[in-house]
Design a protein around this ligand. Structure first.
Ligand code: FAD
Length: 386
């Protein structure tokens, strides 16, 4: 597969972060999340000051290189940070995915002045969401109908986007649409006249991730905010953003599995039935073993994909699709097994395994559903392109 997700130039490669950088960001996230994830999930929102604090410290898009004021983490270190946040709060991890995807789209598709204009803002606390999906264009993004049309030195953006993660928090929307004969992405302020953001009611999971439907009615922005120039091939534009999103979701799923493994292990040691701890019953022990294997498999798939990213390997696109596919399947199955082992103890919405169960299922749908990932992987194996 083509190296669509590689940085624009070697100068854009993130310098390897020192372990202290990663440890400091993990400690900050740990401190800020604390035991608040359940309350955020119930409220359907993370307090604005919490999100702003993490954004201002660069936690939400820690892969932005230092020369644009980012934390400059490698993909591997950003992955571990993402897994940590994902193990505690998938809603917050979803905001990281959107913010990082927006930053990566600017870094990869933007020109020098667009990078200089937007990346420090994203690293410094402004919040972003990424909008592809439309009512009639879900898996089939080539069917996108939103339009970006030139009008003098401005462009007019019109269309309807659905299920946009983080849109309720966003200052900036990276909107994808038709431009000329191809596709482009354009940066639209969420406060621009003609933008309407309507919260998705009662999402099944990641309930505090600020999903919203977004209407753009003749929104006028400077033509200089179109990323990637006039009408690039749709596959290039979309795959660029999705590659970051898939990597981030894959690491988030490794985090979900870490959470489930820890909860299951503790419960299986503590809870006794038939005169023995649950973990000494072989059928329960099998669940524990399978969760351990799933967590290790997901982590290694993610680490390999991040290694491909950090070394600019041409394998990066397929490795990232594979990591997202394997990790999300394991997370959905592993979270279901965790609820099974905890049984009544985990059968409340507020329990971490119940939240993991709801959150993990959604990971099989987003950033290219698992069926779409299967088509891409089969095309890779068969030497055809999906
Ligand atoms: P459909 O495309 O209608 O698919 C329905 C089912 O058919 C799926 O199982 C799918 O895999 C299957 N299917 C479709 N085509 C094929 C095929 N050719 N072969 C085999 N099976 C197929 N979008 C954004 O732009 N930005 C976001 O931030 C964002 N965040 C999201 C967060 C959540 C929690 C959710 C649920 C969605 C989000 N989305 C976002 C939208 C998401 O990308 C789409 O839901 C996803 O692409 C699937 O599209 P769809 O829901 O329209 O399903």
């Amino acid at each position: 597969m083509a190296d669509l997700a590689a940085p624009a130039s070697s100068a854009d490669l993130a310098a390897p972060a020192s372990p202290a950088d990663l440890a400091a960001l993990v400690a900050l996230a740990d401190d800020v999340i604390g035991d608040r994830a359940d309350a955020w999930d119930r409220a359907g929102a993370i307090p604005d000051e919490v999100v702003r604090k993490l954004a201002a410290r660069g936690v939400l898009c820690a892969q932005i290189p230092a020369r644009w004021s980012g934390a400059g983490l490698s993909s591997a270190d950003n992955g571990e940070l993402t897994a940590f946040v994902g193990s505690r709060c998938s809603s917050l991890r979803s905001l990281m995915t959107s913010q990082g995807m927006a930053a990566w789209t600017v870094q990869r598709l933007g020109d020098t002045s667009q990078r200089a204009a937007y990346l420090p803002r994203l690293a410094g606390g402004e919040l972003a969401a990424v909008a592809f999906s439309e009512p009639a264009a879900g898996s089939d993004l080539a069917a996108m109908d939103s339009r970006i049309e030139p009008d003098g030195d401005r462009v007019v953006v019109s269309g309807e986007k659905v299920w946009i993660t983080a849109a309720c928090y966003a200052d900036l929307l990276v909107v994808f649409g038709r431009y000329g004969d191809g596709t482009a992405a354009v940066v639209v302020p969420a406060s621009a006249p003609g933008v309407t953001v309507e919260r998705v009611p009662e999402p099944m999971g990641c309930r505090a991730a600020g999903h919203a439907h977004v209407r753009l009615d003749g929104v006028r922005v400077p033509g200089a905010d179109v990323l990637g120039g006039v009408g690039q091939p749709t596959t290039l534009v979309i795959t660029t953003a999705l590659s970051y999103g898939r990597m981030s979701v894959a690491w988030g799923c490794a985090g979900i599995l870490r959470c489930c493994l820890a909860e299951v292990s503790a419960h299986a040691r503590r809870r006794e039935q038939f005169g023995r701890p649950l973990g000494e019953h072989q059928l329960v022990a099998r669940h524990v073993a399978e969760l351990l294997a799933a967590e290790q498999t997901a982590t290694r798939m993610c680490a390999h994909a991040s290694h491909c990213w950090d070394t600019r390997s041409p394998e990066v696109v397929s490795a990232t699709v594979l990591a997202k596919y394997v990790s999300s399947r394991h997370a959905a199955a592993g979270a279901a097994a965790a609820v099974q082992v905890l049984a009544s103890a985990g059968a409340r919405d507020s329990h971490p395994v119940a939240r993991a169960y709801r959150d993990a299922k959604l990971m099989e749908i987003i950033e290219g559903s698992n069926e779409i990932c299967e088509l891409i992987l089969a095309g890779h194996a068969l030497g055809t392109r999906y």
